[in-house]
Write a protein that binds this ligand. Sequence first.
Ligand SMILES: Cc1cc2nc3c(=O)[nH]c(=O)nc-3n(C[C@H](O)[C@H](O)[C@H](O)COP(=O)(O)OP(=O)(O)OC[C@H]3O[C@@H](n4cnc5c(N)ncnc54)[C@H](O)[C@@H]3O)c2cc1C
Length: 301
Amino acid sequence: MSMTVALPTIHEHEPLAHYVAWRIGGPARFFATATTADELRDLVLWGREQELPLFVLGGGSNILVSDAGFPGLVIRNRAHHHTLERRGDDVRLRIEAGAPMAGTSRQMAAQGLTGLVWSEGLPGTVGGAIYGNAGCYGGDMAGILHSATVLLPDGTTAEWSVGQFEYGYRTSVLKAHAAAPTAIVLAAELTLYRDDPVKLGAEIAVIAAARKAKTPSGSSCGSSFKNPPGDSAGRLLEVAGLKGTQIGGAQVSSKHANYIVNLGGATAGDVLRLTDLMRERVVQRLGTELELEVQIVGASA
Ligand SMILES: Cc1cc2nc3c(=O)[nH]c(=O)nc-3n(C[C@H](O)[C@H](O)[C@H](O)COP(=O)(O)OP(=O)(O)OC[C@H]3O[C@@H](n4cnc5c(N)ncnc54)[C@H](O)[C@@H]3O)c2cc1C
């Protein structure tokens, strides 16, 4: 028996700047929000049927959307249902990929479950963190992911073990093939452990304070460049004298040289000219090639 499922509303020419941390970027030709993993799958299949370029948007906290916008279907993933299952000493959290990392971390800690504490304050979704192997404060996604349910290009789903994501520093097989995405994450299984909720609350407070102290105010995308092996991109950019450098509405933060802040009205073009200048200056002065951490999305401006 086949069943026709109603798709979520598909909007046209939706400005993407509202949905991304930098508050920059042109419109999506088509735009829809998925609130369940099934809706995400149905929207992807619809987009493929229409032969549209596809982009799955999590929290928009690691992307620069071009000024020309995205010429296909952008699916904003808000699917966040979760279940917990006891497995001997540990607990398996099964969670849809649109769940917020930081909110989930707090929710689990309040129930006396650890494993996600490092992600206190980390912007974005579980899916985005799986894609880019997000990490901070002594943890990363590769360290807690057990497996994930992925949607493959042929429309079938599969269970991938953590090894199949081929994780490295801020990268995965998904990010390495960004131009032709191999899989979309529908849901993940994370391994958590029991611990004292009071102790976890204290750990969270320490991380929250550390994050607050280092994060510039204003709209940014976190670190613009990856840290080169054995060094810090922020340190190199600061030594190269880039703090405070401004192009249009985009400025290298004077608090953290690896953050670019949108002072208001910055365009993707401003950010790209600024990142080019930052990269060139660091090569000239310090001989190190920096690699962008943020992903550029959409038609070139
Ligand atoms: C203030 C600030 C601080 C930050 N600090 C850190 C930090 O400490 N450590 C760190 O690692 N990062 C940090 N970041 C970057 C960002 O939080 C992470 O990269 C985050 O994991 C991105 O998740 P997202 O949901 O926002 O992804 P998005 O930016 O929406 O998307 C990023 C990529 O993931 C893909 N994607 C999203 N969901 C899925 C899915 N379900 N299936 C397949 N692909 C998917 C998108 O298509 C896109 O290619 C920071 C960002 C900000 C703004």
